[in-house]
Design a protein around this ligand. Structure first.
Ligand SMILES: C[S@@+](CC[C@H](N)C(=O)[O-])C[C@H]1O[C@@H](n2cnc3c(N)ncnc32)[C@H](O)[C@@H]1O
Length: 295
């Protein structure tokens, strides 16, 4: 079925800009709600994360969920694998830093999960939308979280503003930071991503970056290429965003200041999360990778 038809079937609406807004019952964006519906509360399981997740109304993501699941009913496995992989890397690497920055954080609970598992690390979340609302909701989850998590509104395409906003909010560029790019690299062009990462480059490579990215088409098994293409087309049609993909060589040329420490395909992530490989038996069965690098 054509992507547009899938979307219309799932949404059962006319193309009305009022209907296609990103504001949910709690101002929660549809794509953010979609990711959380796919995750089913199975990855961020600290008490505070669960309490925060209970406050969210995910109903805005349900139509997107049924459209995307119509493309491939196992898409939730991709999201759970990626979230578990990123959480595990962050928990390991957070020992070496005193600050975390989560770019394009949305309403996701990673910040709360990391704050719950550490005692003093400061966490800065940057997104172009919903950060005031998220701050209020985190505030309801406890004083310690309110003190340690800062939700900042800034457009990542305006890289200078991102750094200024962070500094004004207490981020200290002389101290080591963990930079998390989850669910965001495909919505920014390569130049923006390259500029953003270069602003956090340090002489001693004291910062650590976790980057999740979408693979170039020819690196994906031919009979599976349609899955990410159609899912991102559905999200694109819904939110009018561009999609950027990477390969090993474009990663190297885009992020000149990084030194890669570890890289994971969906095959690795599934094995790590489930203990076996069911949907991703070879490296080219998947379409997203996660890497960790010093910057
Ligand atoms: C799919 S959600 C990912 C949320 C979360 N990181 C996760 O992985 O679950 C993408 C987020 O990126 C944000 N975003 C997209 N373009 C952005 C931009 N130019 N500047 C800041 N945030 C942006 C959206 O507002 C949204 O919250």
């Amino acid at each position: 079925m054509m992507v547009a038809a899938l979307v219309r079937k799932a949404f059962n609406f006319k193309r009305d800009p009022e209907v296609m807004t990103f504001a949910g019952a709690h101002g929660l964006s549809d794509t953010s709600a979609l990711i959380m519906l796919w995750t089913e509360g199975s990855i961020h399981t600290a008490c505070s994360s669960k309490a925060y997740l209970r406050l969210l109304d995910l109903s805005r993501g349900k139509n997107l969920l049924s459209a995307c699941d119509g493309v491939w009913p196992h898409y939730n496995q991709v999201i759970k694998n990626r979230k578990k992989c990123i959480l595990d890397i962050a928990v390991r690497r957070i020992q070496d830093v005193s600050q975390v920055i989560i770019f394009g954080a949305g309403m996701d609970s990673l910040s709360i999960e990391l704050a719950s598992r550490t005692e003093s690390v400061m966490i800065y979340e940057v997104d172009s939308a919903n950060m005031g609302l998220k701050s209020t909701m985190i505030g309801r989850s406890g004083a310690d979280l309110r003190r340690r998590i800062r939700c900042l509104e800034s457009d990542l395409r305006n890289t200078a503003d991102v750094v200024n906003t962070l500094k004004v909010s207490g981020w200290d560029d002389s101290k080591p930071s963990l930079l998390v790019f989850e669910g965001i690299s495909y919505y920014l062009d390569r130049e923006t991503m390259s500029n953003l990462v270069s602003l956090f480059a340090t002489e001693k490579r004291q910062n650590v970056m976790i980057l999740e990215y979408l693979l170039e088409n020819d690196l994906i098994r031919p009979d599976r290429r349609h899955i990410p293409r159609m899912v991102f087309d559905i999200i694109k049609e819904h939110g009018s965003v561009q999609i950027t993909r990477y390969a090993q060589d474009t990663i190297q040329s885009c992020f000149k200041s990084i030194r890669i420490l570890e890289g994971h395909t969906l095959k690795d992530m599934e094995k790590c999360r489930c203990g076996y490989n069911r949907y991703f038996k070879t490296d080219d069965d998947g379409w997203i990778n996660v890497l960790c690098a010093t910057v």
